[in-house]
Design a protein around this ligand. Structure first.
Ligand SMILES: NC(=O)c1ccc[n+]([C@@H]2O[C@H](COP(=O)([O-])OP(=O)(O)OC[C@H]3O[C@@H](n4cnc5c(N)ncnc54)[C@H](O)[C@@H]3O)[C@@H](O)[C@H]2O)c1
Length: 319
């Protein structure tokens, strides 16, 4: 990418802060637009200021007048309610942060002449896919969570805006992304639970749920790589070959934490998933990405192992 001014919404969050680091190292000027809600933290940005031109603008993207103040050459849009688990109790959060928030970002692009967009969608748009590994062209897309539905709705609106206003857009359907600066997800949860009680580990679901995990370093580099190939509008699975089961993750966490005699307790649900709206098996096909010449550095298991170590270290629990 040539040097640009790039807005990273949600840049104080997990994947966003990793992307900000990469962009600064590539010589771009970055404005993070984030409301520093529960998962966003400016401590992830503090070490990055010395890398280049970085600015943090505290805004809430659900407020259109705030979003419209953003000006740049490109937008990388991560800001969202990333909590997939609580849609059943609170679907409104997915609507506000993800649907309305993304619409406001699209309006910002349109009104401020920003013609380049990357968007973080999710494997959850596929719902319970009948084809595994699931390719980008699979359909019908029938999400089973309000989070998945919100991302699908965002994809549709991005497609329309790209067509109407010539906004070059790449939609990325992420697998489960893990690694440095993560503040949520299964690895983080297991570590926190073991810190609280080192003899018991509660596992949501029947433990056989399996998903493709991808290290955040592969995720952000694959995004930049594939966006460069996009002409007008494209969609990519950002994923790994193969999957890792929840039970295997639990074992890795126990091992890396050095915990002994841990009783694993399954909290079984109706369909064996972790929560209402959880897709039990999520395996996206990375074939399209690979066919363009991309190769991930870490496999699903390796990504999980690396992320477990990084999270232990980051929480100050390392020996
Ligand atoms: N982590 C994953 O495995 C994964 C998988 C699929 C899709 N995604 C998507 O990728 C994106 C980044 O995920 P993440 O794991 O880094 O999430 P995260 O929760 O760590 O980061 C989201 C960031 O957005 C900010 N934000 C939330 N609502 C906002 C609002 N209304 N206005 C301004 N900022 C707001 C938060 O403060 C946070 O910094 C999200 O869109 C998420 O849905 C993540």
């Amino acid at each position: 990418m040539e040097s640009k001014k790039i807005i990273v919404t949600g840049g104080a969050g997990f994947i966003g802060s990793n992307m900000v680091e990469l962009l600064l190292k590539e010589g771009h000027s970055v404005e993070v637009a984030d409301n520093l809600s529960s998962t966003g933290d400016d401590r992830f940005l503090k070490p990055l200021y010395e890398l280049g031109d970085l600015k943090l603008t505290k805004i809430d993207i659900t407020k259109r007048e705030e979003a419209l103040k953003l000006k740049a050459d490109s937008i990388i849009h991560f800001a969202a309610n990333s909590d997939v688990r609580h849609g059943f109790e609170n679907p409104e959060k997915d609507f506000d942060s993800n649907i309305l928030g993304t619409f406001n970002i699209l309006e910002t692009a349109r009104k401020n002449g920003i013609s380049d967009l990357m968007f973080s969608s999710s494997s959850t748009v596929f719902g319970v896919a009948k084809v595994l590994p699931t390719p980008e062209e699979y359909g019908p897309l029938l999400p089973i969570s309000s989070y998945g539905a919100s991302k699908l709705s965002d994809e549709a609106m991005i497609s329309a805006y790209s067509n109407y206003y010539g906004i070059k857009s790449t939609i990325f359907r992420f697998a489960n992304i893990v690694g440095k600066n993560s503040t949520h997800g299964v690895i983080f949860d297991f570590i926190k639970k073991l810190v609280k009680d080192s003899k018991k580990l509660e596992i949501l679901g029947d433990g056989t749920q399996r998903k493709s995990y991808l290290h955040v370093s592969d995720c952000i580099r694959a995004m930049v790589f594939s966006h460069e190939k996009t002409k007008d509008l494209d969609v990519y699975n950002i994923a790994n070959e193969g999957t890792t089961s929840v039970m295997k993750i639990a074992d890795m966490v126990i091992e890396e934490m050095g915990a002994k005699g841990v009783e694993k307790m399954l909290v079984k649900t109706e369909d064996g998933g972790g929560w209402k709206g959880d897709v039990k098996v999520a395996e996206l096909s990375p074939v399209k990405l690979y066919s363009k010449g991309w190769k991930n550095t870490y496999s699903s298991d390796e990504a999980v192992r690396k992320a477990v170590k990084e999270t232990i270290e980051q929480l100050g629990l390392g020996s």
